[in-house]
Every structure is written in C-alpha cells, then in structure tokens.
Design a protein around this ligand. Structure first.
Ligand code: DGL
Length: 270
C-alpha cells in the first residue's frame, strides 16, 4: 500500500568498483527519469574482485560513507563483489536503505529457469563467497554451478568486447558451465552484461540474468512502494570517480550506451 503525502527529493546513490555500475544506473535513469542520481566509480582502486574480504569491506564502507555525505535517500551497491562480500558487514553503518545485486538476480534466475539448473558467473571473490547458492537454496531446489571469470572484467573495462579475445575468454569460462546443462546464467558481476550479446551469439539458448538491471528494477519498485520518489523533475546525474583512466570517456560511453550527460569529478576517496 502506498504511504500518502510523502516525498523525497534527495538523490539516489549508486556505486561500483569502477564502471560496471553504470549499467545499473542506465536502467535506473530509464525507470526514474525525474530523479537526481549520484554515481561513484572507484576507478582508482578497481578491481575489487581479486582482493581480500577485509579490503573489499573497507573499500565498500568508504564508498557508502562518501555517498551518504551527499545526503542520498538510498544506495545501490551496483557491484557483485561488494554485494557478495561486504553488504551484510557494513549495513549497520548506513542510515539509508542499502541494496545489492544478489537478491534480485537470484529471484529472476529462479523465475527464469525451466530445468532448475542455474549458472553463476562472477569475480573470484563473489564466486568464492557462495552467496548465490545460499540465496537460491532459500528460493527453491536448484542445482547451482559457478565459475569465476576474472579476465572478463579487464576485457570489458578496456573496451575489448567485440574482439577475438572476448570470444575466447567467454568460451574458456563458459564451456564447463554450459556442459552442466544450465539453462539460466546469472551475470553476477555488473561488468558482464556488456558481454551479453557476445555470449548469446555463442550460447543462444541460455537465459542471461543482468544483475545490474534487475537490481535497478528492484530499487525503483522499493522507492515507489515506499513513496520515496521525488515530486519535482530533477534528472541530474553527478559522477564521481577516484581516478580518471586514459580510456575513461570511451569506456563510460559504452557502459551507458551513449554520453554520460553530466560532469565527472575526481575525488580522493582515501
Ligand atoms: N563490478 C564488479 C562486480 O560486479 C567487478 C569488478 C571488480 O572486480 O572490481 O563484481
């Protein structure tokens, strides 16, 4: 039931270890065009997926702190690695609703699979955490197969999506996964949806779950349900990064499917 008479014109915060979260932001901007967004990409400390749980948690805590300094009304950790490793540990330090990508992606995979066999692709840290198996087992009786795909992150960040390198890396990681008979695969890292087209060319029968986009839908539904949307058109997006790598503009445009449409500010997160 909708709560009457409330509104919330504060921005929505979104963060990732780098640019992958832009996939989720793109979806959020489509769903909620009037909202004000603050995006933080920790481009100076990416990747997170190869780091220890302590480091990932420390980084995630500082990212959340940074967004809270911008008076956000909710935060989406648009990063599979942070969602898998750090969210439970830092949620008590966050005074606004804090969302990750695991729950929504698991729910979508559970709804999509026909044969009950679900594949999970993610960073090393995400796959090792076992968090998708835990979530999926709470939703039903599924066989879950997983594979860590660390090389896919730099392939995407370096805009090598439409290359032989991407083709061979996808085959390398996905052949064993597909041979288990999975019919649905969770792209459990927010960088991977950029490779969806390429993956579908190679494995046309698989249903791919875009974890960033699913999380965006889930957050939008929550804000609507709680009557937390803004009541005046804003549409502004502020971008913050902790470093501006050489190929930043090109890559960011690939993730957003066009120009960012907002100023990019470099900040010192440490
Ligand atoms: N976007 C991150 C994720 O979803 C992957 C990149 C990284 O390793 O930092 O897990």
């Amino acid at each position: 039931m909708m709560k009457a008479g409330l509104k919330d014109n504060r921005p929505i915060g979104v963060f990732d270890s780098g640019l992958g979260g832009l996939c989720a932001l793109k979806e959020l901007k489509k769903l909620l065009p009037n909202e004000h967004f603050v995006y933080f990409g920790d481009t100076g400390r990416t990747p997170y997926g190869t780091r220890s749980e302590e480091k990932i948690t420390e980084y995630a805590a500082s990212d959340v702190r940074f967004l809270q300094e911008h008076n956000v009304k909710a935060i989406l950790a648009a990063c599979g690695t942070v969602s898998a490793i750090a969210l439970e540990r830092i949620k008590d330090t966050c005074s606004v609703p804090l969302f990750g990508i695991i729950d929504s992606a698991s729910r979508s995979a559970s709804a999509a699979t026909k044969n009950g066999k679900i594949g999970v692709m993610g960073t090393g840290a995400t796959v090792k955490s076992g968090v998708f198996e835990t979530k999926l087992s709470a939703l039903g009786d599924y066989e879950v197969y997983k594979t860590a795909c660390p090389l896919l992150v730099p392939i995407v960040e370096n805009n090598l999506i439409d290359t032989e390198i991407a083709y061979h890396a996808i085959k390398h990681y996905m052949s064993p996964l597909v041979s288990t008979g999975v019919d649905t695969v969770i792209l459990g890292c927010t960088h991977f949806p950029l490779l969806s087209e390429k993956i579908s060319e190679i494995y046309p029968d698989l249903t791919l779950i875009n974890s960033g986009a699913e999380a965006a839908v889930s957050l939008a539904e929550y804000l609507m349900r709680e009557n937390m949307l803004c009541d005046e058109k804003n549409g502004l997006t502020e971008y913050f990064v902790s470093d501006v790598p050489n190929n930043f503009d090109t890559c960011a445009a690939v993730f957003m499917g066009g120009a960012l449409g907002g100023e990019i500010k470099k900040i010192d997160i440490e």
